[in-house]
Write a protein that binds this ligand. Sequence first.
Ligand code: NAD
Ligand code: A1AUG
Length: 543
Amino acid sequence: MNAITNVPTPVNEPVHTYAAGSPELAAVLREADAQRATPLDLPALIGAEWDAGTGVPFEVREPHRTSSVLGTSRHATEEQTERAVAAAAAAADGWAALPYDERAAVFLRAADLLSGRWRDTLNAATMLGQSKTVAQAEIDAACELADFWRFNVAFGREIIAGQPAANSPLTWNRLEYRPLEGFVYAITPFNFTAIAGNLPTAPALMGNTVLWKPSPTQQLAAHHTMRLLQEAGLPPGVINMLPGDGRLVSDVALRHRALAGIHFTGSTATFRHLWAEVAGGLGRYAAYPRIVGETGGKGFVLAHPSADLVALRTALIRGAFEYQGQKCSAASRAYLPRSLWSAIRDDLCSAVESLTMGDVTDPSHFMGAVIDERAYRKHAAAIDAAHADDACTVLAGGTYDDADGWFVRPTIVEIDTPEHAMFDTEYFGPILAVHVYEDDEFEAMATHIADTSTYALTGAVFATDRVALHRGTVLLRNAAGNFYLNDKPTGAVVGQQPFGGARASGTNDKAGAPDNLRRWTSVRAIKENLDPPREHRHPHQGL
Ligand SMILES: NC(=O)c1ccc[n+]([C@@H]2O[C@H](COP(=O)([O-])OP(=O)(O)OC[C@H]3O[C@@H](n4cnc5c(N)ncnc54)[C@H](O)[C@@H]3O)[C@@H](O)[C@H]2O)c1
Ligand SMILES: N[C@@H](CCC=O)C(=O)O
């Protein structure tokens, strides 16, 4: 098409409430029943071919009902990975040659399919496979993923419109936004279907081809995401999905000359391992691989004595315990002034004790189960250690139960020493460490947080005193990439709060923002001289 077009102005996908008795709730629960009744094969996708492969099998089970098997997959093998790299290479030229609008249309269509007839499928898969309540699934699998696809299209369009500010006489300067040379390796976490969908598609939108390695525990929703993208018109080979733990995939992908980038979200430890592998292999790649990683967090809430108690209590409960605390953004440590703590403690603890947990298809529950046995054992060990530690007082929760699923009660631990390891260790579960400080030490507390935080992903300050909000913002400048005033530290919205942190929390390339998309282009500057010089000598030579 010979035209400079506009892309649709994105708006955030409206969040359905799934109120008790509503038709929308009934529909998503019907879909969940159907998915339960029909376990799926969850093969790899290589080029156009769904390929079960010969790798070691694994099952996707409901974390809150571990007897229920939702699907069976196999860890992708080296041979499958070699074929996926070849499929990505075969698709690369054709995909890169498509005009931006044609690529964008695939993801706009995917977003509309997800808002409509695919909504229940992806929400139900996320509820069952990742143990999210319907509200948590909706903000993730339906809304955030549709938002990523729609907003990225607008951000990408903004990027490719960027052209040099000046042209000297007789010169025309242009910028071309090329995809990277080679494939991008997208490795995604279990906890957000939206992140899993965004990491392979953001580089693809910018013209790259991708190997996508989802988390084994998220494979059911990943499978449906891939099918949705196919229905939206994604050509074969643009995104190749390789299920499993990724070890054999990495054995091939990280050693391949064509590795052009890694788009990772997951734990700090895994990201450091991947980065070290790439660093150790520099020289083997055709170019320097772009490495983008959003990793662990230890979200803080710092309250000032002027804070609104009800708002603070609500933010602590929702920020710490929604989705069982399995958000990198979760409020896992709180620093509260003594006067407020005396007023809030009993009420907060009894509200936490009253939170119900169980099978997420029972909509009365506030929480489901943690993702798997490994997570459960880790949280149980942290709780046991807190019980045994004289420095810790377990005020709420402090129990766990694996009779039907991986259930850990939401737990609050009060600790006198803010240097305690519980304030710096990411458990990624429903455990909130609380330190109580003297009312006149707000600034000292903020300084302590700023100076000692290994992670720097999310944080919140609660105050009604304007000066305290300002001082908190200044003192905590480097302690969080996403900083909240009088709000919980979770729930960033695409297009509103670009997401990512620094220090051990990642490269802060901000998912849901142009910053991230820029990493997946390699700019070519083109200068054309409209009337090239015909004299090689300069004026100072007396011409
Ligand atoms: N900062 C963010 O935006 C953000 C968002 C979500 C989750 N997280 C973080 O993710 C973590 C929880 O997710 P998780 O348990 O899935 O993390 P994880 O690090 O265990 O796994 C992440 C992904 O890496 C894969 N992986 C592990 N080793 C690999 C290897 N050698 N080669 C290839 N792939 C490999 C896993 O299979 C999974 O797909 C937490 O630390 C959380 O804070 C961060
Ligand atoms: N973006 C999400 C967190 C993603 C990590 O788990 C939030 O803002 O709560």
